[in-house]
Design a protein around this ligand. Structure first.
Ligand SMILES: [Zn+2]
Length: 398
């Protein structure tokens, strides 16, 4: 087999197509690790609604209009109606992804609305959005099947949903929810071709004229010996943050092969946002890469680099809190966590390292915003810090 074919097959095997890759122990992933994830899932579901905020179940995204923060307008669109909201900066958003063979998405196109990967705007009286558990616990088995199918289409022939993950659609949803700024994060999957989202997203932001609101991020992969040079180029072109995805990229964050990337981020003053922790819905073969203990070597070796854990460690949030108490250069992206856990994070790591994130277009922006508003209801200074102040400090915005 020629090298190109071998690289292609290796890339494909490592993508979401490898869903049935199986589990089993590896040198860095034990049976106890797998068990801890199962237990977290059970506990999270059992304890939902029993915390300090009580029952937090809503009928899909539109049901969030039961909260005082949102209303449905005449056209049935959910709108944020908080009058004295500070600026809101979303540290974790994406645009439509098309990889490998999938045709490029027109990121300037306007569609009626963005089709979220967990999509609940259609009349769905069965939809239950519980804000007091990890967000993907709301997926039904059919939601999960659909999401996996979408992930495959994003690699092969293009995804119907991803086509709607455009700049005009994001801006419209930001306006509806009073989100003022979004950091747009590409992901470098380390595929052999069709994998250059950083340039695609950066160009699209420039073409859109929305540079005041959309802040470009960059991504690289450790298999690329040019990664440090690319980061310098991206930083010069305006990138403010670097997204690294250990699960999709199949690398351990504490691997020394990563260190040239962290060194470049240190020199360029770029914070790193990791996909952090096990989400629990990815192929099990990916779980080993995102255990919290596999990040700590990076935090320790590069104390001047500011690291953000996407999803605040996801289902490994307990371990993430322990790490944050040890490493002052570790910040959390609020996305995904339930309200009880978010309140705990505010108390245990303090209000200064928690950042508002949404992981759009997986979910509606309002679902992440609602949680921060609930948790900061009686904490106005913390609300300003989480929604904007901390991110402005991290990104060096004035
Ligand atoms: Zn993400």
């Amino acid at each position: 087999m020629d090298l190109q074919r071998r690289k292609l097959l290796a890339g494909l095997a490592a993508t979401p197509l490898a869903i049935a890759a199986g589990c089993g122990e590896t040198a860095r992933y034990t049976q106890a690790d797998a068990l801890a994830l199962d237990n977290q899932r059970i506990r999270d579901r059992e304890q939902a609604g029993k915390g300090p905020f009580g029952d937090q179940r809503y009928q899909g995204y539109l049901g969030l209009s039961d909260l005082p923060y949102f209303e449905l307008d005449d056209s049935g669109t959910l709108r944020c109606v908080v009058a004295d909201l500070p600026p809101v900066l979303d540290i974790h958003a994406h645009l439509g992804m098309a990889l490998l063979f999938a045709p490029r998405i027109d990121l300037q196109a306007r569609h009626e609305r963005a089709l979220h990967l967990l999509d609940w705007e259609e009349d769905d009286t069965e939809a239950v959005l519980d804000l007091d558990m990890y967000i993907n616990g709301n997926f039904t088995p059919s939601d999960l099947r659909e999401m996996r199918f979408e992930a495959v289409t994003q690699l092969l022939w293009g995804s119907r949903k991803a086509e709607t993950h455009t700049i005009p659609n994001l801006i419209a949803e930001m306006d509806e929810t009073k989100v003022t700024h979004s950091v747009i994060l590409p992901v470098d999957f380390g595929l052999p071709f069709g994998d250059n989202l950083t340039d695609h997203f950066m160009q699209a932001i420039e073409e859109s004229g929305e540079q005041d609101r959309l802040i470009p991020g960059a991504s690289v992969h450790p298999s690329d010996s040019e990664a440090p040079a690319k980061l310098a180029r991206y930083a010069a072109a305006g990138a403010r943050m670097v997204k690294l995805h250990p699960a999709m990229g199949r690398f351990f964050p504490d691997d020394e092969a990563m260190f040239p990337i962290y060194r470049a981020c240190d020199e360029l003053g770029l914070p790193v946002i990791f996909h952090g922790g096990r989400a629990g819905i990815e192929p099990e073969a990916m779980h080993q890469y995102t255990l919290m203990r596999h990040y700590e070597g990076a935090f320790r070796a590069f104390p001047n680099v500011q690291f953000v854990l996407g999803h605040a460690g996801a289902r490994d949030a307990e371990d993430a809190i322990t790490l944050a108490t040890r490493h002052p250069n570790l910040w959390f992206d609020s996305h995904g966590q339930g309200v009880t856990m978010l309140a705990r994070m505010l108390d245990e790591i303090g209000p200064d390292r928690l950042l508002f994130g949404t992981d759009w277009p997986f979910y509606h922006l309002a679902s992440a915003l609602a949680k921060v508003l609930i948790v900061t209801e009686d904490r106005p200074a913390d609300r300003v810090a989480v929604l904007y102040g901390n991110a402005a400090r991290l990104l060096g915005l004035s």
